[in-house]
Design a protein around this ligand. Structure first.
Ligand SMILES: NC(=O)c1ccc[n+]([C@@H]2O[C@H](COP(=O)([O-])OP(=O)(O)OC[C@H]3O[C@@H](n4cnc5c(N)ncnc54)[C@H](OP(=O)(O)O)[C@@H]3O)[C@@H](O)[C@H]2O)c1
Length: 286
């Protein structure tokens, strides 16, 4: 390796598959805009090669790593120190590497809150559809919101929602409820925030509405779909017809990356980077 290379820091994302990951685009753009000498690459790793790859990475010269599906939980045993939020959520999506000593973080929860930070004072009653990894980060984020007093988690597999609520109860004293999707759709409550964390509505699947927002919303309800491909899911289309505020998964994608970047470099994305990402990613996603 020549002298020049030794000054370039290496970052990456591990997951499988990674074909559609936008993280390299986002971070390489941010490094370039700030003049930071670093590269960020995809480390696509098949499940049966995961342990072997981890051993190789731990003895290598990485400065930081993002972790995505299906490894956000499996990575935990390779972490030497864990941030309290990541520990509570039970999943790590960002690692700061200091030689072979790795510290794990979760930036999904902060990335989720950022696009609605100016609305948080008016959010008391929330509904989450889904109870997978993304739902855990969203639920823990909502536990941190002062005004939130009621959280309903509706999932196709109710037991998974119940398990999530059992964990949440160890961290917050708000009122919880769980059910399947049909019961939530017919509950008659007007929620302040409805968040879809399921993959229903994703491109490549049949056009499906995860839940009809009409009977469970009121003027001012925010409908937030974590999906960013497509940018306007059937849920967001239904919400737009009701003139409700909608948020898609693109800002979360960008801001969870910015949080990881801050952990690694101590710096935020500059405004040009953010503007560029909001302009360019929709084109790349299509
Ligand atoms: N914008 C962002 O930055 C961001 C970040 C993280 C995740 N996401 C998105 O969030 C979504 C979920 O990710 P995840 O990591 O939480 O996945 P996950 O752990 O696999 O959970 C998937 C969830 O979707 C539900 N689901 C799947 N197919 C369904 C169907 N046909 N009908 C009803 N429910 C169904 C599952 O229900 P069961 O429990 O019944 O199987 C489960 O609750 C993905 O679309 C992902 O792209 C976005």
């Amino acid at each position: 390796m020549n002298k020049m290379n030794t000054t370039i820091k290496r970052y990456g994302i591990i997951g499988f598959p990674l074909k559609h990951s936008f993280s390299p685009y986002i971070h390489n753009r941010a490094f370039g805009d700030l003049g930071i000498k670093a590269v960020y690459e995809k480390i696509e790793t098949e499940p049966e090669k995961f342990e072997e790859k981890m051993a190789e990475l731990k003895s290598g010269n990485l400065s930081g790593l993002n972790v995505t599906i299906p490894y956000k939980e499996r990575i935990l045993r390779f972490i030497d120190q864990i941030d309290p939020y990541a520990k509570a959520i039970g999943a790590v999506n960002t690692i700061k590497c200091h030689y072979d000593r790795w510290t794990g973080y979760n930036t999904d929860w902060a990335g989720f809150l950022k696009p609605i930070e100016t609305d948080l004072d008016s959010i008391e009653k929330c509904l989450i559809t889904g109870a997978g990894g993304a739902a855990r980060a969203v639920a823990f984020a909502l536990l941190k919101v002062k005004r939130v007093e009621f959280l309903w988690i509706a999932n196709r597999t109710v037991q998974r929602a119940e398990k999530l609520v059992r964990t949440l109860k160890q961290h917050g004293t708000i009122e919880f409820r769980t059910s399947d999707l049909n019961e939530a759709a017919e509950c008659g409550i007007s929620f302040d925030l409805i968040v879809n964390t399921t993959s229903v509505g994703m491109s490549g699947q049949k056009e499906e509405l995860i839940i009809d927002p009409q009977p469970i919303s009121k003027p001012g309800t925010i409908i937030y779909d974590l999906i960013y491909n497509p940018l306007e899911t059937p849920l967001l289309q239904a919400a737009a017809k009701l003139n409700l505020k909608t948020v898609n998964g693109l800002p979360m994608l960008i801001f969870q990356a910015e949080e990881a970047f801050k952990i690694w470099t101590g710096r935020r994305f500059n405004q040009n980077t953010i503007n560029h990402l909001f302009d360019k990613l929709p084109e790349l996603i299509r």
